[in-house]
Design a protein around this ligand. Structure first.
Ligand code: ATP
Length: 417
């Protein structure tokens, strides 16, 4: 229906981007579940105006009133959202008008103007993402491959379209890594050299999250970074990001040393057990991975602020090193379990997880025992028992019950129930 409407307007409509790539990568036996469809409209009989995509989306929404329409950006693009069933998830349909982007200076926000489909594809990141399938007549179904994308899909290569690509938009370095790891493709040699050139020319110093100098770019970098940290393939992706020098956008000296790797992996293992216990509050694993990385350099809190991480996350990071010092010094002086429990109860469990992986085995083990066992131990007596024993309810109750719990934790009394 969208294609028919476009055709009536004298426009061409194309399926572009990841959808075409994924179609080419899908064999005949697999059903492709496209959840994110990108369409581009350009002039055929009649030139388009920047609003063509929006007009098309509005027409489509009139046909499918259950979809939700949103329009964004200075060069308007429209998105339609359908809520499919819970198993299939939602369907996003993005419709844009063919456009060209100009970067007034490196890593700037691009300026945009209407263009042909060829130019629209040329502004894209990689050859494998610069393919289009025409959905309108004539030549409906034709695959447009101006830059050798089909060959690169076949040979499993991530290749940029022009040498300046990473200088213009350093988030493409993150995208190159993401696609390489996700699709199990290689970053083509020349493209890798362009990445090295961009990184060595200081592109990440210019857009550093420490400075937040270009907010729109920061938002895109954040999106790419979180995408990677949330993905199943986060470990090889993080390794490759480090290898290409892309972690410099977090901090000029950000390095995942063997020790930091160990902490991240240990945290991940712990979180699996921790989350398996339904009594424990849940927290996003990717966020804690990021917190551990940010806690490895002093400006981590500034970066967390610029990344607009959740408030609790920023709070945790702000006090992490101070809390770590306190725990490191005080915990080994605690003589018995009840003392350790009383001391550790001052800290949130997520903070303790982060601190545990930064410390030596005895402290780690104590924190683990506290989180998984001791903190869940209930006093063998409760208020009703005290009443039965003839004590009148008073402020002393809490004190007595705590004392009983401490004796119980230290094995000095047994539970008689
Ligand atoms: P995914 O399957 O991860 O969604 P995708 O290719 O659809 O992959 P999107 O981030 O949805 O990725 O982007 C859609 C398309 O927009 C891409 O295929 C690419 O052509 C283009 N694109 C996205 N980000 C950039 C960028 N930073 N620079 C150039 N082109 C981009």
């Amino acid at each position: 229906q969208t294609a028919t409407y476009a055709q009536q307007q004298g426009w061409h409509l194309y399926l572009v981007g990841g959808g075409v790539r994924d179609l080419l990568l899908t064999d005949n036996h697999t059903t492709l579940n496209l959840q994110d469809i990108d369409l581009v409209v350009d002039g055929f009989h009649r030139a388009t105006t920047p609003e063509a995509g929006v007009k098309l989306a509005e027409a489509l929404q009139a046909i499918y009133p259950q979809s939700r329409l949103s329009i964004h950006g200075q060069f308007q693009t429209a998105a339609l959202l359908w809520h499919k069933d819970p198993q299939l998830g939602s369907l996003w349909l993005d419709i844009a008008t063919a456009r060209t982007e100009f970067y007034p200076y490196p890593a700037a926000n691009p300026e945009v103007e209407s263009s042909s489909i060829r130019q629209d594809l040329y502004r894209r990141d990689f050859t494998i993402n610069a393919l289009a399938v025409r959905l309108t007549q004539p030549h409906q179904g034709e695959l447009l491959d101006f830059f050798g994308g089909v060959e690169d899909v076949r040979s499993h290569f991530i290749r940029v379209l022009h040498p300046n690509s990473f200088i213009e938009d350093p988030t493409r370095i993150y995208r190159a890594v993401r696609f390489a790891v996700r699709l199990n493709f290689d970053i083509e040699t020349q493209t890798r050299e362009y990445i090295d050139y961009a990184v060595n020319s200081g592109v990440f110093e210019r857009v550093s999250l420490e400075k937040n100098s270009i907010p729109a770019l920061t938002t895109r970098l954040k999106a790419e970074l979180t995408y990677i940290l949330q993905a199943q393939y986060w470990q090889p992706a993080l390794k490759l990001l480090q290898e290409v020098g892309a972690l410099r956008c977090l901090h000029r000296n950000c390095q995942i040393t063997p020790n930091l790797w160990w902490q991240i992996r240990c945290l991940d293992r712990w979180l699996k057990y921790y989350h398996a216990d339904s009594y424990n509050p849940s927290v996003s694993s990717w966020l804690l991975r990021l917190e551990i990385i940010l806690s490895s350099f002093p400006e981590g809190v500034i970066v967390a602020n610029n990344l607009e991480l959740p408030k609790e996350s920023i709070q945790r990071l702000s006090h992490l090193s101070e809390n770590n010092e306190k725990i490191k010094h005080y915990l080994p002086t605690c003589q018995n379990i009840s003392e350790k429990v009383e001391f550790l109860a001052n800290y949130q469990s997520i903070t303790l997880l982060l601190i545990a992986v930064k410390n030596s085995k005895p402290i780690r083990r104590t924190i683990w025992n506290y989180l998984m066992h001791w903190s869940k131990v209930k006093s063998p007596l409760d208020g009703k028992d005290l009443q039965k024993l003839g004590y009148k309810p008073s402020k002393l109750y809490k004190e007595i019950l705590n004392k009983v719990l401490a004796l119980y934790l230290d094995g000095k009394i047994k539970n008689q129930r």
